[in-house]
Design a protein around this ligand. Structure first.
Ligand code: SAH
Length: 215
């Protein structure tokens, strides 16, 4: 992998800003984490385009502007513990690691977790812990979390994840019945209950049950 040129980097950040990623801390984290590390093979040369790309196991690395908007919606502070469901390439988790104290990320495909772990090591991101499992049950042993991000689409925000969110916490999750388009939802847990906001239409691979067969 070769580092992107200054011009490529500038265009990448410009695309993020023009699509609404304006939080300077999020932009800074996205400038620090080179997406080229997370895209392999044929698609590597397209790593700096604002588009989702295929990764192993029939999954996708999300579109950078969507990664930015979801991260921005989480309003992470440096002391937060964040859980991500859907490690995929590890790109989103790496960005979270620059903003939060601790990141737990889980994926149902062992191969994706193995490959993402290698990149976390290479980039020296010791505050990311990755594991293999069905993330729809969350991580009861590490709970509760200040922030939760789900990067696969669910029909409803999974109950166990809502239960593992701290009061005052925020969760973002794509929700919808259809494979074609879902709505990105932000859930805030307050003293008096859950408050839901619809953020924007998005397109994610589905949140599936159980452990995946690696391909
Ligand atoms: N955040 C990723 C992209 C996620 S793609 C990135 O930055 O690259 C969605 C991921 O969710 C896939 O890797 C898929 O294997 C995973 N996934 C789907 N259902 C899951 C579940 N129940 N538990 C854990 N991971 C799941």
């Amino acid at each position: 992998m070769t580092a992107p040129s200054a011009e490529t980097k500038m265009q990448f950040l410009f695309a993020l800003r023009s699509r609404g990623v304006t939080d300077p801390l999020v932009l800074d984290a996205m400038e620090q984490i080179d997406r080229g590390h997370f895209v392999r093979g044929l698609f590597a040369e397209r790593a700096y385009e604002d588009t989702p790309l295929p990764i192993a196991c029939g999954q996708t690395i999300s579109q950078p502007s969507v990664v930015g908007l979801m991260t921005q919606a989480l309003q992470i502070s440096p002391r937060d513990t964040v859980m991500e469901v859907g490690t995929g390439s590890g790109y989103q988790a790496a960005i979270l690691s620059k903003l939060a104290r601790r990141v737990y990320t889980i994926d149902r495909h062992a191969r994706l977790v193995r490959e993402a772990r290698q990149v976390f090591e290479q980039l020296h991101l010791p505050n990311v812990t990755s594991m293999v499992g069905d993330g729809s049950h969350g991580l009861p042993e590490q709970a509760p979390f200040d922030r939760i991000i789900v990067t696969a689409a669910a029909e409803d925000p999974p109950g166990p994840l809502l239960a593992q969110l701290k009061t005052g916490g925020i969760m973002v999750v794509p929700v919808g019945q259809s494979d074609a388009v879902q709505t990105l939802i932000r859930v805030q847990k307050t003293e008096t209950g859950l408050q839901y906001d619809e953020l924007r239409p998005v397109r994610f691979v589905p949140l599936l049950e159980g452990i995946g067969k690696d391909t």
